[in-house]
Design a protein around this ligand. Sequence first.
Ligand code: CA
Length: 237
Amino acid sequence: MQSATILVVEDEQPILDLITNYLRAEGCTVHVARDGHAALEQARTFHPDLIVLDVMLPGIDGLEVCRLIQQEMDVYVLMLTARAEEIDKIVGLSVGADDYVTKPFSPRELVMRVKAILRRSRKVAGQVNGSRYDRSSLHFGTLAIDPETREVHHHRTLIELTPREFDLLYTLAEQPGRVFSRDQLLERIWGRDFVGIDRVVDVHIGLLRRKLEEDTANPTLILTVRGVGYKFVGHRQ
Ligand code: CA
């Protein structure tokens, strides 16, 4: 955690202070914002590793902030929410959040979630950049996946993926034809100690298909293997 830069976005000062104090005690560099516009400015200025983002904010709400930030940069987002109905939006919409914590929460739990996200992000980065992987792009017909720039092109168009969507696609495509169970994908991409959203793998597969497949009802790239999990189909070029 020591080198992590974290942006905390929360308009309620006592909660902001609580989170900030706990994260600083863990050695993080912490920046703060109290509304959506400030959050976007701070994120653009400091390029944090992770954003702790409250849903209910003055100005632009947290869901919209999350969506806008994910379009601009590769950053992990932990959402704070006080209402059950917001969880559906966080999970169901492609806002790009990595995890969420419901209010009221214990600061220790929040710190644990932050650590889990940062740990697994390093793990995936290590896998993608490690020597046992070919660092050149993966090419499959009209699809190109570049682990160095973390960019995906399909039909010569840049596809905007969240960090987690990229990690999921890369993991599957790096071994075409191999069937991964949900647990295997969860462990590789979200980490063994993932405590977040149920069905997170299925949700992210759905998001990837919406961005990559011409017909999401009849996918041709990422196939469901009934009762087992998912596999990527394609011939590497
Ligand atoms: Ca709030």
